[in-house]
Design a protein around this ligand. Structure first.
Ligand code: PLP
Ligand code: COI
Length: 361
């Protein structure tokens, strides 16, 4: 199939310079959006068509649109960075394009040619390049997503889809300013089960996680830790981040990709960086009781969460029921800091990129 060319419909009244400058001065994650969006349509008979870069605006949906009933929806999250020399770059966009199609397959949706995904992302960064926030850790967070747009109430995979990319200037994901986040372990709810959709980046996984996340917030914590659905014993991941555990012998554990965990692209990058820094990395199940025992004995020295939005975030304290334990000294640890610096230096073009992760725009 030949990829459709992008039609350009410029915004008739883009945000004024002074209003935009105020909006991106200290953006809250996911609240501020750029002027444009990318839109591409799919139908079984026409394939992918009608690719446009157009003014960002509301979508008009028939009330019987399939996604509103059966939640056939997937998304991605990646960042574009403004480098020190003023140029722009994407981090591991090919991996996001591939994961998007893995999600599409799991959700029985049409796959998007990976070059079209990448081109769509490049198009929005090019048209809204003046939206990078001038803040430490600032980036353009890109949100490609696709929903079932067929108007039909039959329970079956839709025959029509709508793919879009929106962009949001972001600073740090956690606004608290605390040096480390506090986690709350959910015993009431699980996020994903064997055979379910945990490894797909579909909206339904997040819908299922929100009640547990709200409980964590209500109890004064930043994020929820999900355990496996079968035994309620093994640490899986947070609502929107993967987990790593650092030990006093220089080894690192991250939970294995069992099918109920999102295969994080940051997770993958950090495993490579840690191995190349001489650390032993094991993808191995790690039990919640063991985490507490190891933190208390001092065998476990650091824990951190990672993801596109949160980058690398140290964990300070963990609470389960009435019991809490502190990780290390409760603040950022050395290995966490070293891995974060190595990752961010590559993302920002300050260090060599031997892995080919960075796409310069
Ligand atoms: N786990 C979940 C549930 C997520 O939503 C995310 C964020 O995308 C991650 C892990 C981290 O994935 P990535 O590093 O690809 O952003
Ligand atoms: C991301 O890191 O891109 C995510 O999708 C996580 C989400 C909680 C913002």
């Amino acid at each position: 199939m030949t990829a459709p060319a992008f039609a350009h419909v410029p915004h008739p009244s883009p945000m004024a310079d002074d209003v935009r400058a105020a909006a991106i001065a200290d953006p809250v994650f996911g609240r501020v959006f750029t002027d444009h969006m990318v839109s591409i349509r799919y139908s079984e008979d026409r394939g992918w068509h009608d690719a446009q870069v157009m003014p960002r605006g509301p979508l008009s949906l028939d009330p019987a649109t399939a996604v509103l009933h059966y939640a056939q929806e997937i998304f991605e999250g990646l960042k574009a960075y403004r480098l020190d020399d003023g140029s722009m770059a994407l981090f591991r966009v090919e991996a996001n394009a591939a994961r998007f199609n893995e999600s599409a397959r799991r959700m029985a949706m049409a796959e998007l040619p990976e070059q079209l995904f990448i081109e769509a992302v490049k198009q929005i960064v090019a048209v809204d390049a003046h939206w990078f926030p001038p803040v430490e850790g600032g980036a353009l967070y890109l949100r490609p997503f696709m929903y079932a747009s067929e108007v039909f109430l039959g329970v079956k995979p839709a025959s029509e889809y709508h793919f879009l990319v929106i962009a949001s200037p972001v600073g740090n994901y956690f606004k608290s300013g605390a040096p480390a986040v506090s986690l709350w372990v959910s015993d009431d709810y699980t996020r994903a089960a064997p055979g379910g959709t945990g490894a797909a980046k579909c909206g339904g996984n997040y819908a299922a996680s929100l009640i547990a996340q709200s409980q964590a917030i209500a109890k004064g914590h930043d994020q929820v830790v999900f355990l496996d659905a079968a035994e309620r014993r093994w640490i899986e991941e947070l609502g929107g981040m993967n987990m790593f555990f650092v030990f006093d012998d220089g080894s690192i554990i991250t939970p294995p990709l069992t099918g109920s965990i999102l295969p994080g692209i940051t997770r993958d990058a950090l495993m490579t960086l840690a191995r190349d820094a001489g650390l032993t990395v094991r993808e191995e199940p790690y039990a919640i009781d063991q985490w507490q025992a190891d933190a208390e004995s001092g065998r476990l020295t650091e824990s951190f969460a990672c993801g596109t939005a949160a980058v690398v975030t140290p964990v300070g304290k963990v609470t389960r029921g009435d019991t809490s334990f502190t990780i290390g000294a409760g603040g950022p640890g050395q290995v966490t800091g070293m891995l974060k610096d190595r990752l961010v230096d590559i993302q920002r073009g300050r260090a060599a990129d031997p892995y080919g992760w960075v796409t310069r725009l």
